[in-house]
Design a protein around this ligand. Structure first.
Ligand SMILES: [Zn+2]
Ligand SMILES: [Zn+2]
Length: 214
């Protein structure tokens, strides 16, 4: 005699409908709703929930992108500070005054000079770190930029020659720097600035000795 092991079909315990809360006899262990309308209502609620979740994820990634963007902007600005400092110190070591008026404001409260861009960062962003076109410029001239570009050009021609100036005027490119590049640029420029400061201090010392001798 063969005994077939038939699974014993257990009657499922009544459940509570997840939508309306009424007790019902489930068809399967997966049943959640007592009726079609309740099942539809549940389905609807689930859809709304997942849409809300998707929106939350989207908002989070937008926020992350914004943070990333802000960080890059900050790195761009920090690298600019370092590059500008090198330009100012380079001109100070060379004994230059303001590129456009030749004025020499007294270096008080962290220096009377700005670093002026010949081609402005606004109109030529790819030139924002190009040292040759960044010069020590008095704050007055730098802030009255539009009125001083002719004088800036004349000053720059005196220093580097008309050919280099025309080269700079023709330079094309894209302002695309990743954060790693900006970090490296800042570091290299800070090192360069420290070397220039050392040489400026040495020069001042020599000048003082010469004055004492004279
Ligand atoms: Zn129900
Ligand atoms: Zn000036």
């Amino acid at each position: 005699m063969i005994r077939t092991a038939l699974p014993v079909k257990k009657a499922l315990k009544p459940k509570r409908c997840r939508h309306c809360g009424n007790s019902f006899a489930p068809i399967s262990s997966m049943s959640k709703a007592c009726s079609v309308p309740c099942a539809l209502a549940l389905n609807d609620a689930a859809k709304k929930k997942s849409a809300a979740k998707a929106l939350k994820v989207e908002r989070k990634s937008m926020k992350e992108r914004a943070i990333k963007l802000k960080t890059r902007r900050e790195w761009i600005a920090e690298a600019q500070v370092a590059v500008n400092k090198v330009a100012r110190l380079r001109d100070q070591l060379a004994g230059y005054g303001c590129i456009s008026c030749e004025g020499r404001p007294k270096a008080r409260y962290g220096g009377g000079m700005d670093a002026g861009h010949y081609r402005s960062v606004g109109s030529a962003p790819h030139m924002r770190y190009y040292l040759t076109q960044i010069c020590g410029q008095c704050k007055q001239c730098n802030r009255d930029y539009g009125g001083m570009s002719v004088e800036f050009r004349r000053g720059l021609i005196e220093r580097i020659g008309v050919n280099r100036v025309e080269e700079i005027e023709a330079m094309q490119g894209a302002a695309k720097w990743d954060i790693d590049y900006l970090k490296r640029l800042k570091k290299v420029m800070q090192k360069k600035a420290r070397r220039l400061e050392k040489r400026i201090a040495e020069k001042a010392e020599v000048n003082q000795l010469l004055e004492e001798v004279a």
